[in-house]
Design a protein. Structure first.
Length: 167
């Protein structure tokens, strides 16, 4: 994977929906993750899918290890937008086939506004979370994906958000 060099993005560790949060077990896993490989800094993101991860103990553990947590905008998995790493990783899973751009214009506006706020170091207060938003942080990268839902509309949704961010 280091062949990608500077193009290497975050490495996603997706956990089964049955994987419950156990602080000691999870910390042992996090300690195994390399911080760099072949002279390239690695960025890890944790896609936790069990409600037991919606707790301050998990957030503290992820932050201590510098691991981002996927914000999964979905009704099927725990959805919390607490920032735990130096970047933000979002999976929006709500596109609809009946909408030409996959989402309503209002939803696309909100997604773009959240992405801009995260990028500027803030945290959108209106999103579900475990804790109150952190104070403003330095600017950070935001990785935003449209996945699941009506997948055929994901490219149109992504382009619509990019258009809003460019405006």
């Amino acid at each position: 994977m280091t062949e990608l060099g500077r193009k290497l993005g975050p490495i996603v560790w997706q956990f089964a929906p049955t994987k419950r949060f156990d602080a000691a077990d999870f910390e042992a896993f996090l300690k195994l993750l390399p911080r760099e490989a072949g002279g390239i800094a690695l960025r890890h993101v944790l896609d936790v899918r069990h409600e037991t991860f919606r707790c301050a103990a998990y957030l503290d553990l992820a932050r201590r290890h510098g691991m981002a947590t996927v914000f999964t905008d979905s009704d099927d998995y725990p959805s919390f937008a607490d920032v735990t790493g130096g970047f933000v990783y979002v999976r929006t899973m709500r596109t609809e086939a009946s909408l030409p751009q996959g989402c309503t214009p209002q939803a696309l506006d909100q997604i773009a506004a959240c992405a801009r706020m995260w990028c500027d170091g803030g945290e959108p207060a209106e999103l579900p979370r475990v804790e109150v938003p952190l104070p403003a942080q330095p600017p950070r990268d935001v990785f935003l994906f449209f996945i699941s839902g009506a997948k055929e509309r994901a490219p149109a949704a992504a382009m619509a958000v990019l258009d809003r961010l460019a405006a």
